[in-house]
Design a protein around this ligand. Structure first.
Ligand SMILES: NC(=O)c1ccc[n+]([C@@H]2O[C@H](COP(=O)([O-])OP(=O)(O)OC[C@H]3O[C@@H](n4cnc5c(N)ncnc54)[C@H](O)[C@@H]3O)[C@@H](O)[C@H]2O)c1
Length: 480
């Protein structure tokens, strides 16, 4: 929303009206008549699942006009265009970005497209709302931050917990004020049921509406070796980041928020595996991760299997399944949702509660108007750091090797908190009748990082995994 830009729109509508050009009006100019000149014109990119929520929110928001929709799957695109009359449709994001009338882009594509889509949009002069994780690897996340700053654009991360102002934010401030003493552990939990995605015995057909070259974009264009193209891309490394980088980034973000650290950890170690079933997924469904920080570590757990074999429910830890537990000298704070938190004393008695959230999409729009990064509840820098903590956890895992229980125990015992987490993980796997003597877990590689440069120290292989080989035409630029 720029005033010169609005003038162009206003003049266009006026002159078009004077010329009586009603019959030749485009959907875009028609929607202009209906709206105000100060409206923010937004396009949603990717709406297989989450993007529908973007569409629903922005299309209802006062002062915002849903002006365009873009999806690489033409069937999904047409489905939404039918519901939103007068909105322009695009299959190719590059064409959408040529549309000068669009002020902002809201991206809910698969992860491998987030950084490139965001950077192209910034270069085209748009503000950006980008889903979590904001990146598919560490390096491209940092690039978005650099582009956002260079081009002076507003870029919000889709981590909606950050808009829990009267809920989680109050709890963060209460802990920061020392009400429970020092933080000993900032613990993230992603106990979320993940079933087998099935197993195919050869390449599968691409859904007919999909432009597969575009869908793959910066990722390798591989034959589809799973049943479902959509959504299950989360569980293969070429396009996804496992549940750590899916659900898990929300909790990683809040765990980092409580600690108040604005950089990557100085060392990381993961242990895990994809166990309990054999399918086409590659990413671990069970995982523990250690991140070292000066004050206290982030300890993180992923569990995709239920509380025990055949059960419907998931485990809980101090009142949360998908949440955060901040363990302090004088008790703990549990964050069990995106909008609430509660503090408990050492005896487990609840002593404080917080709840409530603002609209995260509306917060983005507010900042688009004020042009102030400080108005954003989840500026892209926050999104980059929290996404990157998931990626480095995955890099440790990817460079690991299969190991026995004894080998893992020997390797992790000097890493604070790991042995205790591993013990509970073994118990959980036993209850799921997973025999880790047969289905061996992976002992990740311990990695040291220089948080200033966001590069691993003395490990070329790990540094290679900070980025990826991009396909020609879909390269995330090295420098802003
Ligand atoms: N903030 C949240 O709570 C939340 C919740 C769910 C998902 N998400 C995030 O939203 C994103 C999408 O998840 P999903 O479950 O909807 O995935 P999905 O696979 O169901 O949908 C992705 C859509 O993007 C489209 N797409 C792919 N490449 C495209 C391109 N180049 N241009 C335009 N469209 C393209 C696909 O065709 C598909 O329709 C993920 O990154 C996920 O992490 C966030």
């Amino acid at each position: 929303m720029k005033s010169a830009h609005s003038m162009t729109r206003r003049n266009f509508v006026k002159s078009a009206a004077l010329a009586g050009a009603v019959t030749s009006w485009t959907a875009r100019s028609w929607s202009q008549v209906m709206g105000s000149n100060s409206d923010i014109f937004i396009a949603v990119v990717g709406f297989g699942g989450r993007g529908k929520d973007h569409i629903g929110s922005f299309s209802q928001m006062k002062g915002v006009r849903l002006a365009a929709l873009c999806d690489a799957d033409n069937d999904i695109l047409q489905g939404q265009l039918k519901r939103h009359e007068g909105v322009q449709g695009y299959q190719d994001i590059r064409k959408l970005l040529e549309n000068k009338d669009i002020d902002a882009i809201s991206i809910a594509t698969p992860n491998h497209w987030h950084a490139l889509g965001a950077i192209w949009a910034i270069q085209a002069g748009k503000d950006v709302y980008v889903e979590k994780p904001v990146s598919h690897n560490v390096s491209e996340g940092r690039r978005i931050v650099e582009f956002a700053r260079k081009y002076n654009k507003i870029v919000q991360t889709g981590t909606q917990s950050r808009s829990s102002i009267t809920g989680i934010k109050q709890a963060v401030e209460w802990v920061k004020a020392g009400n429970l003493g020092k933080i000993k552990i900032s613990r993230g939990l992603c106990y979320k049921r993940r079933d087998s995605i099935g197993k195919v015995d050869g390449p599968q057909p691409i859904p007919p509406g999909v432009d597969y070259d575009l869908w793959c974009g910066p990722a390798l264009k591989l034959p589809l070796m799973r049943k479902r193209l959509h959504y299950d891309w989360h569980w293969v490394w070429n396009t996804g980041n496992g549940d750590l980088g899916n659900q898990g980034i929300h909790e990683m973000d809040v765990a980092r928020w409580f600690l108040g650290v604005n950089e990557l950890s100085s060392s990381v170690l993961s242990v895990g595996g994809r166990v309990g079933y054999v399918d086409d997924g590659e990413t671990p469904n069970t995982m523990i991760i250690y991140h070292e920080f000066a004050g206290a570590p982030i300890l993180y757990e992923v569990r995709g299997l239920p509380s025990k074999k055949g059960a419907d429910n998931m485990d809980q830890y101090k009142g949360a399944s998908i949440g955060i537990v901040i363990e302090c000298e004088g008790g703990h704070v549990t964050v069990p949702s995106y909008t609430a938190a509660a503090a408990y004393d050492k005896d487990g008695k609840k002593i404080q509660e917080w709840k409530g959230s603002e609209d995260h999409y509306a917060n983005f729009i507010k900042a688009c108007r004020s042009r102030k990064i400080e108005d954003l509840n989840a500026d892209i820098l926050e999104g980059h750091l929290s996404s990157a903590l998931c990626h480095t956890g995955n890099v440790s895992y990817l460079l690991g090797k299969k190991a026995t229980q004894e080998e893992i125990l020997a390797a992790i015992k000097s890493t604070p908190g790991m042995e205790e987490m591993f013990g509970r993980m073994l118990e959980h796997l036993k209850l799921n009748e997973v025999d880790i003597a047969k289905e061996q877990l992976t002992l990740g590689m311990p990695l040291k990082m220089d948080p200033k440069t966001e590069r691993f120290i003395g490990n070329d292989k790990a540094n290679e995994l900070l980025t990826r080989p991009y396909r020609p035409g879909f390269v995330v630029p090295d420098k802003a």
